[in-house]
Design a binder for this molecule. Structure first.
Ligand code: FES
Ligand code: FES
Length: 207
């Protein structure tokens, strides 16, 4: 996995902590958030208590997780609720802002638009799953270096799409970056910083 190239040693924990502080520091509520079930680690005997819950197994950030959820729960709701992976944000909850972007088999998707029961064997990766051994992905580091985080609400989704881009294309053009984040809404207007950060991260990855 790529090295921490630009942060002077900022760790994943510090990045997530900083982003979280930015989010809670402004009046941007997590609208649409709904706790929709319970979690049971694979191999335990824990069962659902509600009559309408279904138990499913999800591979999230490399771990197999068993959750008892309402059938209509979206991936975003299950991540943020029973799995407590709150780095993924819910903005519009209807596929219009991309704040909820995660990877499904390495492809960015709007997690508010997919039912958790439809994920099946596909692997989910969230913002919490990008770093390795507490070392940020270069895109995360570049977001910090280029001041691409303001309130931070859109940031996890943007990072997921930008990392997917540079992992598939080490030499993206500005147009490639714009295309990769089309559909991501940032009301703080960080787009120029996101462009610069992503291009810089790709350059660093090229070595
Ligand atoms: S919260 Fe999913 S697209 Fe806006
Ligand atoms: S940083 Fe505030 S919405 Fe993008």
């Amino acid at each position: 996995m790529a090295k921490n190239i630009m942060t002077g040693g900022i760790t994943r924990r510090e990045f997530l902590k900083g982003t979280g502080a930015a989010i809670t520091g402004v009046a941007v509520p997590d609208i649409g958030l709904c706790t929709t079930g319970t979690v049971a680690e694979a191999g335990t005997n824990e069962t659902a208590t509600g009559t309408d819950l279904v138990t499913i197994s999800l591979n999230v950030n490399g771990l197999q997780r068993t959750v008892a959820i309402e059938p209509q729960a979206t991936v975003a709701e299950v991540l943020r609720g029973p799995l407590n992976l709150t780095g993924t944000k819910i903005g519009c909850d209807r596929g219009a802002c991309s704040a909820c972007t995660v990877w499904l088999d390495s492809v960015p998707v709007a997690s508010c638009m997919m039912l958790a029961i439809d994920v099946g064997e596909r692997k989910v990766v969230t913002i919490e799953g990008l770093a390795r051994d507490d070392e940020l992905h270069p895109v995360q580091s570049a977001f910090i270096a280029h001041d691409a985080v303001q309130c931070g609400f859109c940031t996890p989704g943007l990072v997921m799409s930008c990392v997917a881009l540079v992992e598939n294309n080490r030499n993206p053009s500005l147009e490639d970056v714009k295309s990769a984040i089309s559909g991501h809404l940032c009301r703080c207007g960080t787009y120029p910083h996101v462009f610069a950060a992503t291009l810089d991260a790709a350059k660093a990855l090229r070595g």
